[in-house]
Design a protein around this ligand. Structure first.
Ligand code: ZN
Length: 132
């Protein structure tokens, strides 16, 4: 089966379309938390609004919801993760799935960065198309 990678793209597209913003925000915070290796990190609302493709007001509301649940604390662009387990529970199921494919994605990006390594022939070879 070669549908694993394509499936992950579909999953992310579905996530953007169908999952609630606060779930997606939680997912983003988890991913950032993983990379930050700290419970506190800087993320502006403008950045989050761009990454999630929503207005800043929507971000404010979603962050407010997470704060209300005492999962995170947000102050002047600084996110503090108060309850990692709670944040995972707040995120949509895509986090675990995406985390599993994240390393593979990096690998694919790496391969694609070197012309001729993987792709042979024209640009229309990819049936899944490019995301975005
Ligand atoms: Zn999702």
């Amino acid at each position: 089966m070669s549908g694993v990678l394509r499936g992950s793209y579909c999953l992310m597209a579905a996530c953007t379309r169908f999952h609630e913003l606060d779930e997606r925000l939680a997912r983003w915070l988890l991913m950032t938390h993983d990379r930050a290796h700290a419970n506190e990190f800087h993320l502006t609302q403008e950045f989050l609004s761009r990454m999630l493709g929503v207005s800043r007001i929507s971000i404010t509301n979603a962050v407010g919801l997470l704060q209300k649940n005492k999962v995170v604390r947000y102050s002047r662009g600084n996110i503090t993760v108060l309850d990692r387990a709670g944040l995972e529970a707040s995120s949509c199921g895509c986090y675990a799935a995406e985390k599993a494919t994240y390393e593979r994605m990096n690998f694919v990006t790496l391969v694609k960065a070197v012309p001729g390594t993987l792709v042979q022939g024209g640009h229309h070879r990819s049936a899944s198309g490019t995301p975005g």
